[in-house]
Design a protein around this ligand. Structure first.
Ligand SMILES: NC(=O)c1ccc[n+]([C@@H]2O[C@H](COP(=O)([O-])OP(=O)(O)OC[C@H]3O[C@@H](n4cnc5c(N)ncnc54)[C@H](OP(=O)(O)O)[C@@H]3O)[C@@H](O)[C@H]2O)c1
Length: 214
């Protein structure tokens, strides 16, 4: 599959691009929002496209056109306010979903957040973030796309173990970004993950086995 990584310059995004490039079945297209971010990917021999999810659906469509799948791992980050949460985490995600529908890019893997499906679990301090994740996910579920919604717990930058715990209503815990990237890439062609949503934390089941149990 040719896979467009939206948020490729991010911490999960870079790991997803690397795994896609190492795989025999996929080719990454790194979507970045600044020209100065292109060189990093060109040095790896990865094709890039400069586009922002703050742009119009038409511009996002031009960027993703010709791909078979989208991995959405962009986010406004904790350093911005609720306005960017609305514009990027919610509307940016929804515009990317609309662009995928418009350009017939059928497969869509969304990086959401643990508990975003359940209002009872929303952290009061970052409630707007959970609102954005929740409604972006709901719109993806209602779309024509073949989706997988991955809801990781707290992200760590330590080395991955390749072992996870995933499913509905998993107890809040952490997970290395490297393992989230493994789950994303393995999900692309694992049919058990098609039209499924799940919480994801570190655990004791190999990624490939855990996905097959969905
Ligand atoms: N932190 C956690 O514990 C946690 C837990 C669960 C889920 N998540 C979710 O996991 C995802 C990835 O996390 P991460 O740690 O990899 O985040 P990250 O390092 O902040 O990466 C986010 C990426 O999104 C890009 N981005 C921001 N605005 C954009 C725009 N307008 N157009 C295109 N790209 C844009 C950023 O671009 P620049 O590089 O140019 O800034 C960045 O590369 C996010 O969706 C986050 O909400 C996080």
């Amino acid at each position: 599959m040719k896979v467009c990584v939206v948020g490729a310059n991010g911490q999960i995004g870079k790991q997803v691009v690397k795994l896609l490039q190492e795989s025999n079945e996929h080719t990454p297209l790194a979507m970045v929002r600044k020209q100065e971010q292109v060189a990093y990917f060109e040095n790896l021999g990865v094709e890039t496209v400069v586009a922002s999810i703050a742009d119009s659906v038409d511009k996002i469509s031009d960027a993703i056109s010709g791909c078979d799948a989208i991995v959405f791992t962009a986010g406004s980050g904790g350093h911005t306010g609720p306005d960017q949460t609305l514009l990027i985490d919610l509307d940016g995600a929804v515009k990317t979903i609309e662009a995928a529908e418009k350009t017939n890019v059928k497969r869509f893997v969304m990086v959401s957040a643990l508990g975003s499906n359940n209002r009872e679990k929303w952290n009061e301090a970052i409630r707007p973030y959970y609102v954005a994740k929740h409604y972006a996910d709901r719109i993806l579920v209602k779309s024509d796309l073949t989706y997988t919604i991955v809801r990781p717990g707290g992200l760590l930058n330590e080395e991955g173990t390749g072992k996870v715990s995933l499913g509905e209503n998993i107890t809040r815990n952490t997970i290395p970004r490297e393992d989230v990237a493994k789950v994303i890439v393995a999900s692309l062609t694992e049919e058990h993950t098609y039209n499924q949503s799940f919480d994801l934390v570190s655990g004791d089941v190999l990624v490939e086995d855990a996905l097959k149990q969905l």
